[in-house]
Design a binder for this molecule. Structure first.
Ligand SMILES: Cc1cc2nc3c(=O)[nH]c(=O)nc-3n(C[C@H](O)[C@H](O)[C@H](O)COP(=O)(O)O)c2cc1C
Length: 204
């Protein structure tokens, strides 16, 4: 079963890379790192079932090997891959945000079967950067293994109003959730979103 889902994920990756963005420098074609970066898409439709713990451990190891300010590793990471625990977190968030439709709270997780919650240390000004780099390592290493992801800012607004949900996640005192990453095996192949290269200039 595990082998089958890995085969499907690999097939999915091949189809996904068929609709990759490409870099203009043809000497980079065939470079697996660049192809991995350029083919990644945010995934919002997943096959059933969480990512295996073995694969997640590899992905998380890649995450914590991201560059980070003074090697303070100013992040904490919590992974929820049990649907019952995820339901508990969503219920605590919905109860604390009772002005919002509960469906909206659940929906903001995009149905991803494995959810990563990342908290930053607000006493360190570079902590949001550390968490961003950690997140990118997680998403790109996941993609290289056939695991899709979506970076999620919207749950954070609900989560940071819900101290009981934060407590259930078990973050240390002083750490504040800053981003979530939904992960799972892709069940869609979105087109690349356009990028504005005009925002990047060499200073002459
Ligand atoms: C900080 C941040 C917050 C995001 N929040 C959400 C979100 O709440 N919901 C969602 O569906 N996508 C979210 N995204 C994903 C973006 O919409 C997506 O990365 C962007 O449209 C580019 O598409 P791509 O990732 O497929 O290249 C977020 C991405 C980032 C970096």
């Amino acid at each position: 079963m595990k082998t089958l889902s890995k085969t499907i994920a690999a097939a999915c990756m091949i189809m996904l890379s068929a609709c990759s963005q490409t870099v203009t420098d043809s000497s980079c074609h065939g470079n697996e790192v660049i192809e991995n970066i350029m083919s990644r898409r945010s995934i919002r439709k997943y096959k059933d079932g969480p990512v295996s713990r073995e694969t997640m451990n590899t992905i998380l190891e890649c995450g914590i090997n991201a560059p980070n300010g003074m090697n303070r590793q100013s992040w904490e990471v919590r992974v929820v891959d049990d649907p019952a625990i995820m339901d508990e977190i969503v219920s605590l968030m919905a109860a604390a945000n009772n002005e919002v439709d509960p469906g909206m709270v659940k929906g903001c997780f995009r149905g991803a079967p494995t959810m990563i919650f990342i908290a930053n240390d607000p006493s360190y000004d570079c902590s949001p950067i550390d968490c961003g780099l950690l997140s990118e390592n997680i998403m790109l290493s996941g993609w290289s293994l056939g695991v899709g992801s979506v970076c999620l800012g919207s749950p954070i607004r609900f989560l940071n109003n819900a101290p009981e949900a934060i407590a259930r996640l078990g973050f240390s005192e002083g750490y504040t959730p800053i981003i979530c990453i939904g992960m799972g095996y892709p069940d869609e192949m979105p087109d690349a979103k356009p990028r504005d290269s005009g925002k990047v200039k060499f200073v002459e």
